[in-house]
Design a protein around this ligand. Structure first.
Ligand SMILES: [Fe+2]
Ligand SMILES: [Fe+2]
Length: 270
């Protein structure tokens, strides 16, 4: 009762300080993320596999190379990530965090497998190598800090939102459209998850270091946005994106992610 009153008073003070500011976010605990991921896998959209691939050769020609690369990118064993998560979990004293990461990896593997089944249905061989993916996989072995890993992943997931929306628009295939809907549904909470982890990591950082971090984010984001356009522009164009529209859309979504990883927008447990 007393703590509820204290909380109410704290909120009132915060609101009084900045009456126009949106209410502070509350980050989910690892146990809540575990519950989310478990519940999510029980409520997947039905994919009408019996309908067949249902994609025209013209549609397929525009998206197939890029789809094969994304399919490969969504497929990962995640062993390096689990090791990184174990170290991070020990450092922050949150053993449940490793379970969240295992469930997250399983969800990404489902994305890869579902896209793979679509390629199978369309009679397209799955990719085993892709330049962008190989670079990421090599680079990923250096991602032994949770912060670096989450930063790269959140940037890629922001682009995934634009990419799967484009593929959905670029095809009449009922299967592929439904897969894209499912992936889009899943990626939004993934972005929230990474942002919450980053907010927690950035929380105790001083102003100068935060400013440097923001600069590094913008540098990485610009490079990845240009690389995604260079590698996937045919599919993105088929989905209605010009470079300008893609660039603006990516920045708008990334700005929202940056707000979500700002520690000042959270109410932290004391
Ligand atoms: Fe994914
Ligand atoms: Fe994701």
């Amino acid at each position: 009762m007393r703590s509820a009153m204290v909380e109410a008073l704290t909120l009132t003070t915060e609101e009084a300080r900045s009456p126009a500011a949106p209410p502070l976010r509350v980050a989910r605990t690892s146990a809540e993320w575990v519950a989310y991921f478990r519940a999510n896998r029980e409520r997947l959209l039905a994919i009408p596999w019996d309908a067949g691939a249902g994609v025209t050769p013209e549609e397929l020609a525009k998206i197939v190379d890029s789809l094969r690369a994304w399919q490969l990118g969504e497929t990962s064993e995640g062993t390096t990530l689990i090791r990184t998560a174990e170290k991070h979990a020990a450092r922050i004293g949150d053993p449940d965090f490793v379970d969240v990461i295992r469930l997250f990896i399983a969800e990404e593997q489902r994305h890869g497998e579902t896209l793979g089944l679509f390629l199978d249905a369309a009679g397209v061989p799955r990719a085993t190598r892709d330049l962008g993916d190989s670079l990421f996989r090599v680079f990923r072995h250096f991602l032994t800090r949770m912060e670096v890993w989450a930063t790269i992943v959140v940037i890629i997931e922001v682009h995934a939102l634009l990419y799967y929306a484009a593929v959905r628009r670029a095809t009449g295939s009922a299967i592929l459209r439904r897969i894209c809907e499912q992936l889009l549904r899943d990626e939004v909470p993934h972005i929230r998850f990474q942002c919450e982890q980053l907010a927690l990591i950035h929380r105790r950082r001083g102003r100068v270091l935060r400013w440097l971090t923001a600069g590094a984010h913008r540098f990485l984001f610009t490079g990845i946005t240009l690389a995604v356009w260079a590698g996937h522009r045919r599919a993105l164009r088929a989905g209605g994106f010009t470079f300008r529209r893609f660039w603006r859309g990516a920045w708008a979504k990334m700005r929202a992610a940056w707000r979500m990883m700002d520690p000042a927008t959270y109410r932290w447990p004391t």
